[in-house]
Design a protein around this ligand. Structure first.
Ligand code: HEC
Ligand code: HEC
Ligand code: HEC
Ligand code: HEC
Length: 195
């Protein structure tokens, strides 16, 4: 007990000592508290801007109603894939990159680029192509965060699925090449190979 008291006393003296050490001690504490607060704000912002509620604040008249009809919104197992689980990488660098790219969305929002269903649909193919390219480049990583080849029970899948998945493994094809439009409507697919 005495040792603890002594330590407290010493620390107090260190912090209150009117010398260069005072500012060093104070700086440490102030810095630590600032880091805690900033980190809290950072985490809260990161979390909020990944919620369905946040995405819906802009996408409520385009993809949200379609998504709500899909198996990724509700299914027998009760496992939901929200917007972020498909569109926002989990790894730090790709995640930050995508968040920064999203400033284009904010800009497009305020300039009214896709603010009517007609405008959205006219622009839909171009947006879809950017998402397909992103997913092809990362080997459909977001899909694989939930679906893994190893945990697929092939005996439960249709013959068509088994054939395709076995071939895909061998040929290095990735999920998004065959599974487009799995959460909301497809754009006009004219000229997309295989569609
Ligand atoms: C401030 C309004 C706003 C919010 C909030 C918002 N978006 Fe968007 N989003 C847009 C606009 C506007 C576009 C069209 C951007 C363009 O074409 O330049 C867009 C485009 C997209 C695209 C197409 C990407 C591309 O490369 O063209 C995806 C995917 C997307 N949003 C997903 C999301 C997800 C997921 C969330 C939630 C984490 C979200 N958005 C939140 C306004 C918003
Ligand atoms: C957060 C987890 C999660 C993510 C991410 C996810 N899925 Fe799913 N997926 C599910 C669940 C859960 C089901 C429904 C399973 C069931 O039938 O009960 C499902 C169903 C499916 C189905 C079959 C059902 C159908 O009728 O469409 C396909 C195909 C599919 N997902 C492909 C994908 C692809 C491709 C991606 C990436 C673009 C992806 N999933 C991302 C969880 C996820
Ligand atoms: C070469 C094309 C191809 C690739 C690549 C591919 N799939 Fe499939 N997948 C199919 C086909 C075809 C079906 C059967 C669709 C049907 O029965 O309507 C299917 C079915 C499914 C189903 C539903 C299974 C069932 O019977 O309920 C899921 C889930 C799925 N795929 C996920 C994935 C995931 C995740 C990947 C990436 C790891 C992937 N697929 C890669 C073609 C492919
Ligand atoms: C299961 C994965 C998955 C989920 C969940 C999902 N998306 Fe997508 N999204 C995709 C894929 C894949 C594409 C590329 C186009 C396509 O194949 O449909 C896409 C494309 C888009 C686009 C570009 C325009 C278009 O329709 O192609 C927007 C915007 C978008 N998503 C927003 C959202 C928002 C907002 C949510 C949540 C309400 C959401 N997505 C949920 C997989 C998903």
């Amino acid at each position: 007990m005495n040792k603890v008291l002594l330590l407290v006393k010493k620390s107090w003296q260190f912090l209150c000592h009117p010398s260069a050490k005072l500012s060093a001690g104070l700086l440490l504490i102030v810095g630590f508290i600032a880091a805690l607060v900033l980190h809290g704000t950072y985490s809260a912002t990161m979390e909020y801007t990944s919620t369905l509620e946040f995405c819906s604040s802009c996408h409520t008249n385009d993809v949200v109603p379609e998504y709500q009809e899909s198996v990724h919104f509700s299914n027998a197992s009760g496992v939901q894939a929200d917007c972020a689980s498909c569109h926002l990488p989990k790894e730090f660098v790709p995640k930050m990159t995508r968040k920064i790219q999203a400033s284009r969305e904010v800009f497009a929002h305020f300039t009214g680029k896709v603010d009517t269903p007609e405008k959205f649909n006219a622009h839909r193919r171009e947006m879809a192509e950017r998402e397909w390219a992103r997913m092809e480049a990362n080997d459909s990583q977001e899909c694989r965060n939930c679906h893994t080849q190893e945990s697929m029970e092939l005996s439960e899948q249709s013959l068509l699925a088994v054939k395709n998945h076995t071939a895909a493994e061998k040929n290095g094809e990735t999920c998004i090449q065959c599974h487009k439009g799995i959460a909301h409507k497809l754009p006009d697919m004219t000229g997309v190979p295989g569609w």
